[in-house]
Design a protein around this ligand. Structure first.
Ligand SMILES: NC(=O)c1ccc[n+]([C@@H]2O[C@H](COP(=O)([O-])OP(=O)(O)OC[C@H]3O[C@@H](n4cnc5c(N)ncnc54)[C@H](O)[C@@H]3O)[C@@H](O)[C@H]2O)c1
Ligand SMILES: N[C@@H](CCC=O)C(=O)O
Length: 566
């Protein structure tokens, strides 16, 4: 019996001998990337003139933004409008909600498109992304910035670092990281006998990208990075970032992303969440937003777990209660400048914004003086004016939430408003940059995410340094960003250990905001998110389902093992 079988194998394997590897190399040429430069917008500069023209154009139009499903433009009977937060009677975009039926249609088309898209060689995808980055950096830079400034109430510099630099960086660096990751191939001990390889595959099904209002770049990253890796996507933008997100969609289409690969589907949040989590084809959720929304989605996935074709991948980057911890040895000017910028740039609506600070009694008089002096110089108003430091908060809901904390501060005996505290929504949703001092380090104002221009300070007795350090990690459920200020090396070493689990992004003698793609990969731990580090090298691989392939070129001969014949 054994002999006969061997004979059979020998004959069969004659044809195996001549076969070469059938697994193609990725063929990605090597290259390096650098971060997109931030333009100056000085008076008379080319970029300033171009931005002014783009702002005028965007202000004088209401852009009609359809739902896009596999290239089909869809409009429903009920139109909605995006307004300028700093002038809420001024509409800049008209858009429509996809209802459950349209979302089901999008899921079908998207899942179908994935099959073809995943076969597109990496090289071709990389070329599309390269073209897109060039379009964003050149021809469409000011369209993106103007849409972000007017729609999300960002000042020139805040738009430039978001909808220009960070967005372009996401597009370029994710391609770079894909290429770097593709370089890794597993060990093949003798290539003439066996070749081992891995290849990236998209996930069969669809990925739901759900993006927040506060960063245009995040919308682009959440939707197009899964697409780069061979997935197809249903992108639900935020209602308050429609215009800038639509610009990204149009640019990616012009660069060559085929119809159906990313489908632009504004929708009511819960309707979207309920529909995608019910679908057996849900391959993943790429979410950035608040904790309650992500928790709801996660629970719904759990409830539907028996229905899916794949275990859906869940990425959720959520909120924060970010801190500045100041040691008695700190450089006062750095503390003041960093805290003002972190707490109040973009109205404190960066997930990384400082909203609680711990300051030693010995430095408090000088730091207080500095903070109040700098705060009083901040101009709040129309973001089209180049002297404006901050615009309005995003919408009425945010305005009410933030002003309720100001009212809480006014009413509480433990809290004192030492700067700002005013708010007015008659024209735009304006809230003054506000500084509160608290006697209670565990008051809700020091614990909950507020997401607005409100900084609370707890002044600690220098002798209570150790106990105060403990408060940083124990006060809140979040661990997104944090900063420590000190000129004492041994204290900094200690802080590095003690604060290890309190922040996914940790800063030493720098403000808690301003992460840069490729430089400070971004994400928080604990309830601040799954910490998949957008802008870092691993992020792209999260959106791939990798296949390992073993090819054997030498015939298999033996069923038994040598020791069995001894
Ligand atoms: N960690 C990070 O990287 C990061 C970055 C930016 C923003 N954020 C966080 O985002 C929040 C602010 O953004 P936001 O106000 O847009 O957050 P949000 O949670 O209100 O909304 C985020 C997105 O979810 C959608 N949504 C709402 N309910 C939904 C549901 N039931 N199912 C599916 N989608 C639903 C919204 O329409 C929006 O598109 C803050 O908490 C901030 O800290 C975190
Ligand atoms: N990249 C941003 C955070 C994004 C969240 O809003 C920063 O670090 O300032």
């Amino acid at each position: 019996m054994m002999l006969n079988l061997r004979k059979f194998l020998v004959i069969k394997n004659l044809s195996v001998r001549g076969i070469q590897s059938v697994v193609p190399d990725s063929n990605l040429k090597d290259f390096t990337v650098v971060n997109e430069p931030i333009l100056s917008y000085k008076k008379g500069s080319k970029e300033r003139k171009e931005l002014e023209a783009a702002l005028n154009e965007a202000k004088s139009n209401i852009v009609d933004v359809p739902i896009m499903i596999a290239g089909e433009e869809i409009r429903t009977n009920e139109a909605r409008f995006q307004v300028m937060p700093h002038d809420h009677q001024h509409q800049i975009a008209r858009f429509y909600y996809a209802d459950e039926k349209l979302l089901q249609k999008a899921i079908g088309k998207c899942t179908e498109a994935q099959q073809k898209w995943d076969k597109t060689p990496l090289k071709e995808r990389v070329e599309i992304w390269d073209r897109a980055a060039d379009l964003m950096a050149g021809k469409y830079r000011q369209r993106l910035n103007a849409a972000t400034m007017l729609g999300q109430s960002k000042t020139t510099i805040q738009a430039e670092i978001d909808s220009a630099a960070e967005l372009i960086d996401f597009v370029r660096f994710n391609v770079f990281f894909l290429k770097e990751n593709a370089k890794f191939q597993p060990i093949s001990e003798d290539i003439k006998v066996t070749k081992n390889s891995v290849r990236f595959r998209g996930i069969d099904g669809f990925v739901a990208a759900v993006s927040p209002f506060n960063f245009t770049a995040i919308g682009g990253n959440l939707s197009y990075t899964p697409a780069l890796m061979g997935n197809s996507v249903l992108w639900k933008p935020s209602d308050t970032a429609i215009l800038s997100n639509w610009a990204i969609y149009e640019i990616m289409r012009e660069a060559g992303v085929p119809e159906g690969v990313v489908n632009f589907v504004p929708a009511d949040g819960p309707v979207f969440g309920d529909t995608i989590t019910k679908s057996p084809y849900l391959a993943g959720i790429n979410f950035t937003g608040s904790v309650p929304t992500f928790n709801r989605l996660w629970k719904q996935v759990g409830e539907n777990i028996n229905n899916y074709k794949n275990y859906p991948k869940l990425i959720g980057e959520c909120g924060g209660k970010n801190y500045h911890f100041v040691h008695p040895s700190a450089d006062i000017e750095s503390v003041v400048t960093g805290t003002i910028r972190s707490s109040f740039e973009y109205c404190g609506q960066k997930c990384s914004a400082c909203s609680r600070a711990y300051i030693p009694e010995s430095l408090w008089p000088k730091i207080k003086e500095g903070l109040l002096c700098e705060r009083s110089k901040l101009k709040v108003g129309d973001v089209s004016e180049f002297s404006t430091f901050m615009g309005a908060v995003i919408d009425e809901k945010a305005f009410k939430r933030i002003s309720s904390y100001i009212e809480h501060a006014k009413a509480s005996p433990n809290l004192e408003i030492i700067g700002g505290g005013g708010y007015d929504c008659s024209k735009g949703y304006f809230i003054e940059p506000t500084i509160v001092q608290t006697k209670d380090p565990l008051d809700k104002i020091m614990v909950e995410e507020i997401f607005g221009p409100l900084l609370t300070i707890y002044v600690y007795a220098d002798k209570d340094l150790d106990a105060t350090m403990k408060l940083v990690g124990s006060s809140t459920q979040f661990a997104l960003t944090g900063a420590v200020f000190s000129t004492n090396e041994s204290f900094l070493k200690r802080a590095l250990e003690e604060f290890k689990m309190t922040a996914g992004n940790f800063y030493i003698n720098d403000k808690s905001t301003g992460s840069v793609v490729g430089q400070q990969p971004f994400g928080g731990s604990r309830m601040s998110g799954t910490n998949d580090k957008a802008g870092g090298p691993q992020y792209v691989t999260r959106w791939s389902t990798v296949q390992s392939i073993k090819e054997t070129f030498v015939p298999l001969r033996d069923i038994d093992y040598p020791y069995m014949r001894e």
